[in-house]
Design a protein around this ligand. Sequence first.
Ligand code: TXA
Ligand code: MG
Length: 343
Amino acid sequence: YWSVDKDVGNLNDYPQIAQAADLLSKNEVVAFPTETVYGLGGNAKSDEAVLKIFEAKGRPSDNPLIIHIGRVEHIKEFVTEIPEKARILMNEFWPGPLTIILNKKEGTLSDKATAGLSTVAVRMPDHPVALSIINNAGVPIAAPSANRSGKPSPTTAKHVFEDLNERIAGIVDGGPTGVGVESTVIDCTEEIPVILRPGGVTEEQIKKVIGEIHLDPSLIDEEHAPKSPGMKYTHYAPDAPLFLVEGSREYIQQLILEKQKEGKEVGVLTTEENESFYKADFIFTCGKRQDLDSVASSLYEALRSFNHSNVNIIFSEVFPYEGVGQAIMNRLLKAAGHRILSE
Ligand code: TXA
Ligand code: MG
């Protein structure tokens, strides 16, 4: 695959970007970095390209894709209207990790990209490589996260390579992504917008600019079916069972010892503040608890790392449900199949 340094010079001079854009315009699928995770892009107007995305990922066809645009005005082409609150959100957070659901203009995008729904999810990513590729391709780009379905989203080109090598036309390597968790998905087709998936833009940030919002009931109580099709699938789980532990690090160390006595190799997901405390077979330090952005940024690398170790069971610390902590806990709960141990 091809590497691009996003911090150097004029990106239009990189042949890799032109090559990726050219492949996209020929309805091939190409992975590229965004500020959240790597995306697997394809021409959103082409059934052929969109089918290739679903096939490469092994993704169920009822799970719609996010449409990525390089300029805000391009959204008019495929949505029926932009409500006032959606416009405010776009002004405030685009380019950035916020995906907005609006009513779709029929006949403008592949129906397979939107899984036959009457709505469409749109975002403008905040990454120079992504923007350059999309603008050079000259079409809206459907792009789910560039992982095999069910795996953690990729935050490096190597993760994409692990999952999708030989299944896609290319990978553009722009280094590790920054945010590390996917965009927040917000449904603006309702009078009071509804967060369907917590992500890089926080509930608190959104409330500050548009006031009252709702959370999809499935985010509060797992008995409810989620409105966002993708949220119902198991996701992110490492091969070994993962347990979230609400309790002190002494309690976690006690759990580790118990499992080791049973002959198991035990993994721990912790943070810089606590890492030296644990004695386990494999320890992954995921940023600093005092800086949840740093935890989000390395969370998927952490979940993937356990599969490269020999652990039979994993214990993870939990995080506050504030700020980006909401997205972190949403992904950790999925990865753990909602298994929580309390002291
Ligand atoms: O940060 C991100 O959002 C990354 C990067 C590549 O942009 N993309 C991403 O896409 O996470 P994906 O496909 O992995 O997740 C898209 C989520 C899914 O849960 C899907 O069900 C939901 O958005 N979605 C898409 N269109 C929708 C719609 N019309 N209504 C409700 N949910 C929708
Ligand atoms: Mg995904």
